[in-house]
Design a protein around this ligand. Structure first.
Ligand code: UFG
Length: 338
């Protein structure tokens, strides 16, 4: 029987790319999103890629009644929970809002899942749970250090909740994302940053497009080969495909309850300056940038040891850094021309 998957935050950056990969893999999907931080045109972009309509509902995961009615009208086999706020800066200014939305929506979702006897869940976590790890590449056994922001704290709290609730029969996979970048190769969907982007790649593409005057590289005095921070940049479609693999992993497991967390990264560390130069090289665009002071809260370097996810899911990244940057640029051009 065709498995039916509920995707929360389905209009978001990773959620939308995952809808595409789920449908390509033969799953039936229902997507929900508040559209508070995305737009319906992202769902329309998904529909153009897959040449099908998406069963979409504008619903907030904090709204237990609305959420429950979606569960009562469908028979889901699993849920992929993307819906959350993700701005580190904003979480420092509005911690209450972040705890309420990110932790509250997970609690509501778990209660509604339990009421409807749905046990399988894939959760969007982040490498931020590790803080600055002692060992790099970081593997899943690394301890949670003190979170750098309320946003990071919400991811740590959510993982702790998930680990506890398995005693109520849940089967959970948590995916700890490193730095998702890029856009779908078709340029039909990609990231829609709100206001001035906080993240590196949207800032790079907006600068190249002339929307921003110049990029500021936050620090070149770190203890790294070129002095800039090192991250593990991964194509968003590779991240999306990993969710399909995570579902297969859950389906094939026979345990009545489980919690497992996996790093979702490439395993390759790339510096900010390397990425900037690669972008200039692959796009041929001018990218004015200056070196500025360090950004408070940034970790010096972090990249994944992806061995566990590679082995357990039979998953490897498909896209290169060059392709990721080119796809990000193609998407930026597309949204500028609309
Ligand atoms: N950077 C710049 N200039 C910019 C933006 C970013 O130099 O204009 C640098 C940052 O200092 C950092 C690197 O680019 O060294 C990557 O920064 P991002 O903001 O793109 O990504 P982060 O690694 O800071 O953020 C990621 C995830 C978050 C998560 C965070 C934890 O996007 O979800 O890691 O630190 F919370």
């Amino acid at each position: 029987m065709q498995q039916h998957i509920l995707v929360t935050g389905g209009a978001g950056y990773i959620g939308a790319h995952t809808l595409v990969e789920l449908i390509n893999a033969g799953y039936r999907v229902t997507a929900i999103d508040t559209l508070e931080r995305s737009e319906f045109r992202i769902i329309e972009g998904v529909e153009r890629i897959i040449s099908k309509k998406i069963d979409f509902h504008q619903i907030d995961c904090l709204d237990a009644v609305a959420l429950n009615s979606v569960f009562e009208r469908n028979t889901f086999s699993s849920v992929i929970h993307f819906a959350a706020y993700k701005s580190v800066n904003e979480s420092v200014e509005k911690p209450l809002r972040y705890y309420k939305n990110n932790v509250g929506s997970l609690m509501t979702l778990l209660e509604v899942m339990k009421r409807n006897k749905i046990r399988d869940l894939i959760f969007s976590s982040s490498c931020t749970v590790y803080g600055q790890p002692d060992q790099i590449p970081v593997d899943e056994s690394a301890p949670f250090k003190k979170a750098e922001s309320p946003y990071g704290q919400t991811k740590q709290i959510c993982e702790q909740i998930l680990e506890n609730v398995i005693s109520e029969g849940f089967r959970i996979v948590s995916l700890r994302y490193f730095n998702p970048i890029g856009a779908h190769p078709s340029a039909e969907i990609g990231e829609l940053p709100i206001g001035s982007p906080n993240n590196l790649v949207p800032y790079v593409t907006q600068t190249a497009a002339g929307v921003r005057e110049k990029l500021v590289v936050f620090g070149n005095d770190y203890d790294t080969p070129d002095g800039s921070c090192i991250r593990d940049f991964i194509h968003v479609s590779d991240v999306a495909i990993a969710h399909v693999k995570a579902l297969e992993f859950l389906i094939n497991r026979t345990e009545a309850s489980l919690f497992d967390a996996f790093n979702l990264g490439t395993g390759v560390g790339v510096s900010v300056l390397e990425l900037v130069n690669k972008f200039i090289q692959v796009t041929g665009m001018k990218l004015p940038y200056i070196i500025g002071p360090r950004r408070p809260g940034d970790v010096e370097k972090v990249f994944a040891n992806p061995q566990r996810i590679n082995q357990a899911f039979g998953w490897r990244t498909k896209y290169t850094l060059e392709e990721s940057l080119l796809h990000a640029w193609n998407w930026e051009k597309k949204i500028r021309n609309r």
